[in-house]
Design a protein around this ligand. Structure first.
Ligand SMILES: Nc1ncnc2c1ncn2[C@@H]1O[C@H](COP(=O)(O)OP(=O)(O)OP(=O)(O)O)[C@@H](O)[C@H]1O
Ligand SMILES: [Mg+2]
Length: 210
C-alpha cells in the first residue's frame, strides 16, 4: 500500500507561476498544460487568471467588449484593483496552504498593455507592493502570427487585439524582461508541445531548487 508521503512530492512549498504575452501568444493554452502536468505529478495546483471572474474582473471584461469606455488609466486602475482582490481571495490563501499557482496573466500585463496609453512609471508604482511571482514566462510570438491564431479561434476581437497595438505591447514586454525576478522569454512561435516542454524543464529546475 502506498503511503501519503510516497504519493505527495517532497516539495511542499508551492510556486507562484505567471504567464504573460500579447493576445493570442498562447498563455491560456500553456497555463492549462502546465497545470495538468504538475497535477499529474502530484502537486496541488490552482489555475487562475486575470482579469478574474469576480465583480471587478467582470467590469473590466465589459469594457474590453466596448460596453463602456473607461480612460486608459482608469482601466488599468481596475485591473490593479482586481489583482488586489485576486491576491487576497485566491493567490495568497492557496500559496499559504502549499499549493502552486498558475496564473494566466498577472502584473506585467497591466504595465505592458497599460503603457501604450498610460504612464509606465505610474503603473509600476501602483503595482509595486504586490507579491512577485517565483517565475514569469513571457511568451514571445510575432503579432502577425497572433492575429492569425485569434482570427481562427474567435469570431470577435477585443480592445487590444489589433496588430499595431500588439507590436507596441510586445516591445513593452521586451523592455520589462528584467523587471521581475526569474523572468523567461520563451519562443512561443513553435508547436504547442515544444513550447510546453521548455516551460516544464524550467519549472522542474525551480521545483528542485526550492
Ligand atoms: N504554439 C501554438 N501554435 C499554434 N496555435 C497555438 C499555439 N498556442 C496556442 N495556439 C492557438 O492560438 C489560439 C490562442 O491561444 P490562447 O487562447 O492560448 O492565447 P492567449 O495568449 O491566452 O490569448 P489571450 O491573451 O487573448 O487570452 C488558440 O486557438 C490556441 O489553440
Ligand atoms: Mg487567454
Amino acid at each position: 500500500m502506498r503511503t501519503e508521503t510516497e504519493e505527495t512530492p517532497k516539495n511542499k512549498k508551492g510556486l507562484f507561476i505567471a504567464f504573460e504575452g500579447i493576445d493570442g501568444s498562447g498563455q491560456t493554452t500553456q497555463s492549462k498544460l502546465l497545470k495538468d502536468y504538475l497535477t499529474k505529478k502530484g502537486y496541488g495546483v490552482v489555475l487562475t487568471k486575470e482579469p478574474t471572474n469576480d465583480t471587478i474582473g467582470r467590469t473590466i471584461r465589459s469594457a474590453l467588449r466596448h460596453e463602456w469606455h473607461p480612460n486608459p488609466t482608469a482601466l488599468q486602475l481596475l485591473f490593479t484593483a482586481d489583482r488586489s482582490q485576486h491576491l487576497t481571495n485566491v493567490i495568497e490563501p492557496a500559496l499559504k496552504s502549499g499549493k502552486t499557482i498558475v496564473c494566466d496573466r498577472y502584473l506585467l500585463s497591466t504595465i505592458a498593455f497599460g503603457s501604450i496609453a498610460a504612464d509606465m512609471d505610474y503603473l509600476k508604482s501602483i503595482n509595486a507592493k504586490f507579491r512577485r511571482p517565483d517565475i514569469t514566462f513571457i511568451l514571445n510570438v510575432p503579432p502577425e502570427a497572433c492575429m492569425k491564431r485569434i482570427r481562427m479561434s474567435r469570431p470577435s476581437t477585443e480592445l487590444f487585439e489589433e496588430e499595431e497595438k500588439l507590436k507596441k505591447i510586445r516591445e513593452a514586454y521586451f523592455s520589462l524582461k528584467d523587471y521581475l525576478p526569474n523572468t523567461y522569454v520563451i519562443d512561443g512561435d513553435r508547436a504547442i508541445q515544444e513550447v510546453h516542454e521548455e516551460i516544464r524543464k524550467i519549472v522542474e529546475k525551480h521545483l528542485m531548487e526550492k
